[in-house]
Design a protein around this ligand. Structure first.
Ligand code: ATR
Length: 268
């Protein structure tokens, strides 16, 4: 059988094994996709990756907190992984580990599912690791203007310099919505156990897209408030980011559809 998996900490609640197993089952592919828990130590990460190579894994997805470690470990990386500064895919070739980042294309495809014309202005909330991939996805979709806002303004400014963005003050995040075609929350606000994201969507255009990258809860307070808009939830992004790995390691075509989402919903 073909072996692949997901490496992270914690990894128990990862839905990636369900996605890949569902696709493998549908396609009649003889393969296993397993969760591998690796504590947040770069050393342990390296040891486990080398172990997985030795037992002939085809590759792994990498999730928190190892995405930066994955990029450093790889012998070669795609341009998009380098720009993101993080890799969520490692493919084990003969004497070689190749890093890629499918979070970027995953989010871009989740947007395309909602709209063939995502518009010109994106507003990104947050400036952590996840924001980088979202910014690259918005740029790949051809958005001409991207505004970033973050509680810690310096982090927004650093990303603005790197990716040519505009910065607005966190306290003024509700003031820039009238021109936004897409609003993405990459902060942890709104996640189960976290404070809610306070934002006033009154001025947001009805056709704009509102996205949240977390899936616990699936309908975050932001998505609930945006119910009259087009919304993208964290499961949509998760399913789309899995497609390149399934192709790369199992040689199959992963279809993102309502049936897969329904299966995942029973696991949340
Ligand atoms: P990830 O890899 O998921 O992006 P991260 O790098 O820890 O995680 O980033 C978390 C993001 O959530 C940051 O933008 C953070 O803002 P700061 O840079 O100011 O820390 C944001 N965040 C977390 N808690 C927040 C809160 N209570 N209010 C506002 N922003 C918050």
């Amino acid at each position: 059988p073909i072996l692949a998996g997901v490496v992270g900490w914690p990894v128990t609640y990862s839905l990636s094994p369900v996605i890949h197993s569902t696709w493998a089952h549908r396609a009649g592919i003889n393969g296993y996709y397993v969760p591998v828990a690796v504590p947040p130590s770069e050393d342990e990460f390296r040891q486990i990756i080398n172990g997985l190579r030795r037992v002939r894994f085809a590759g792994v997805n990498v999730t928190k907190p190892h995405k930066e470690n994955a990029l450093r470990l790889a012998d070669e990386a795609s341009e998009i992984a380098k720009k993101a500064g993080a890799a969520n895919m490692l493919t084990f070739q003969k004497d070689h580990i190749y890093a890629d980042n499918s979070d970027v294309v995953g989010f871009a495809n989740a947007v395309k599912e909602q709209s063939t014309n995502p518009g010109i202005h994106g507003l990104v909330l947050g400036a952590g690791g996840a924001a980088r991939g979202i910014i690259l996805a918005l740029q790949s979709l051809g958005l001409k203007k991207i505004t970033i806002t973050n509680r810690t303004r310096e982090k927004a400014e650093a990303l603005a310099d790197e990716f040519s963005l505009d910065v607005v003050d966190w306290d003024r995040r509700s003031n820039n919505l009238d021109t936004a075609d897409i609003l993405v929350n990459t902060t942890s606000l709104g996640m189960t156990g976290q404070p809610s994201l306070e934002i006033d969507l009154n001025t947001l255009k009805p056709k704009s897209i509102v996205a949240d990258i977390v899936y616990s809860p699936l309908e975050t307070p932001l998505l609930k408030a945006a119910s009259s808009q087009h919304t993208i939830d964290g499961l949509s992004m998760l399913m789309h980011q899995a497609v390149p790995g399934f192709k790369q390691w199992f040689g199959g075509t992963g279809i993102v559809d309502a049936a897969l989402k329904q299966t995942l919903l029973t696991e949340i």
